[in-house]
Structures are given as structure tokens and as C-alpha cells.
Design a protein around this ligand. Sequence first.
Ligand code: SF4
Ligand code: SF4
Ligand code: SF4
Length: 370
Amino acid sequence: MAEQPTPTEEQKAQRAKELAAESKNAKALLKKCDRQAALVFDLNKCLGCQTCVIACKTLWTRDEGMEYMWWATVNTQPGRGTPRDWEKMGGGFRDEEPQTGKMPLRAEFGEAWDFNYDEVFFGGKGNTVHLQPSGNPEWGPNWDEDQGGGQYPNSFYFYLQRICNHCTIPACLEACPRNAIYKRKEDGIVLISEERCKGYRFCVEACPYKKIYFNHLRLIGQKCILCFPRIEKGVAPACMRQCPGRVRFVGFLDDENGPVYKLVKKWEVALPLHPEACTQPNVYYIPPISPPRFDAEGNIDESKPRIPTEYLKYLFGDKVEKALQTLKAEMAKTKAGGKSEILDTLIAYEWKSLFGPFTKDPAELAPRKA
Ligand code: SF4
Ligand code: SF4
Ligand code: SF4
């Protein structure tokens, strides 16, 4: 067989250039979508009940290898969250360049805890033993629940609901050398192809929100799928439909009559989390309105908010001040007897008003054929 000529340095450089251009084109196609589904979570209404978290767990992450996965989480802020200290783990982009991210360890997510059910309920030990996790866990998804920040009597906390943000520029997609991550054309939902994924976990490092989990049994990445089988049938995602606090809105970002468009684009009261990561997340938050502070004499001190503005800016960027001003002005308007379309939208008198085109009752759908 004739020996292959060794490519020159110039040829190698040219090929590298061609491959980079091909990869850029491929990524552009994987990111392309006609419409974008988006969500708004109202931080002022969340009860911290974790119903959303369990709804997702029950529906999607009960298989082997998924025990430690919580695609939907609700953490107390300020707090270290899940995985522990995820906000300090890097990833995302700066000046359009991907930033190095840390791979969270299983221990930083917290393992799926086992409890001593047998000993307590069937061991015949009566009241002498109490229900507790086995194996001395050192972290879990809600380890620092309700601790919050500030000093009594001006301590504070609020709950932050997090799922994959189905970003417009997903850092996970850019980082995947297998092109296994893509946005769906019809709704911009970000999915991982389980056939293409080889478990390299560059996506896990790259996601600035640390919302991809590694399945250690199947050796693939897995994450929130925005309940696309429900979305396709006009049914709201499980974590949203089950929320008793009416916290969660879903719709298309370009639907000018929908609540998501109005809250995000028209009234600008819903903001993305950590926008500086530059992935253009499609989950938006109504920022929390502070309760009043008390001064040293115990009198109400309106001169500054109890939740430090700097902290809210850290979470939601500089636009948070304007969003809060708008919300407070609307509250003042209603207190004076006026009407507020923004507050009426946020109150969501009718649950269906939360879900745009996704109001179908799952019980009414024809059962799937076996
Ligand atoms: Fe990807 Fe993370 Fe954005 Fe989800 S939140 S689309 S996993 S970068
Ligand atoms: Fe889970 Fe669906 Fe909510 Fe995503 S949208 S967190 S998959 S319940
Ligand atoms: Fe908050 Fe709703 Fe989740 Fe309960 S179900 S924790 S109210 S978002």
C-alpha cells in the first residue's frame, strides 16, 4: 500500500480552520429555533413547599442512576444552594468566550439519602429511635433551608426556584464535542440526545447554573426537559401545574398577549438570574420585595430595604432596581384604590392565566396505547 504523505504544517492549520468553521456552523444550527418557550417565577409568592420539586422527581427522575438528581430545586437565598456553592463554579461566557467551569462533585449535590425506616417502624424499638438519614450526610439539596441572611430583627430570606434555563446561547451546547445537545426548533427547549452523549461532561462544567446531572450508571448527562411531552399536548410542565402558590408562568416569549411576554418584555419586571453568565436564560424572576427594616429603637425604618439591593443586583443584575420601583409603584396605585394590570397578572386570579397555550388538563388526554 502506498504510504500516505505527511501533511505540512500549513495543511494542518488549514484543516484545523475548516474543522472550526464546520463546528461553528453545526453549533449555529443546533441553537436555531423558531420560537422560544420561557418561564416567569414570582419570588414573592413562593411558599417553599417543594411540591414542584417532588412533581418533577416523581415524573422524571425515579430510574436507577437518577436517585441524586433534582431537576427542579427550590433553595433558600441567601444560601449555598445545590450543588453547594454553584454560583462560584464558573462556566458561561465572557466577551463571547467560554469560561472555565468546575465539575461539581456528587457530594456537593448531596447523595440520595437513605433513612432508617425499618429500624423506626418495624424494629420494635418504640420511641427510643428517631427517623434520621443513614451514613452521616454532609450536604443535601436543602441543607441550609430557611437560614437566610441578615441580623435579627432584620434577618431575611426568600426561596429561589431553579430548573434548566433552556438558554438562548446554551453554554452546555457550545461545550459538547459530540454535538449531542440541541434546541428544539419549535420551542427552543434544550435537550440532550442520549444516543449521541458519551458522558464526557464538558456540558456539566460549562453550565453556569450547574443544572446538568451525570448519570453514573448510564454514563450520560441528564437534565430538565421542560416536560416537552406535556408541552406538545398543550399541558403545562408538572412543576408548574402542581405549584399551589401560583408562582410559575409559562408561555412563548413572542406571544404579546401572554403573561410571560408582558412581564418580561412589556413591563420589564421579570429578570434573568445571573445575566452576566451571558447564556441568555429563558427563566425570569419577579424579584422579592423587602419587608420593612427596624431601627435600633424597634421603629420601622423605610430609609433602606431589608434585603440589600446589592445582593439583588448580584443575583439579577442592575435592572432589578427599576423592576422593584415599578412593582412598588403598582402596589401604591392599588392601595390608593386604583387598578394595576401588572399586579392582577401576578396574582393570577384564574390559574389558567399562568399557562398561556398550555392549559389542557392531562386527565382529559387519551391514554397512550400500550
Ligand atoms: Fe444548558 Fe445550563 Fe443553560 Fe440549561 S441552564 S440550557 S444546562 S447552559
Ligand atoms: Fe422537571 Fe418538567 Fe419542571 Fe423541567 S419543567 S423541572 S422536567 S417538571
Ligand atoms: Fe414554591 Fe410553588 Fe415550588 Fe411550592 S410548588 S416551592 S410554592 S414554586
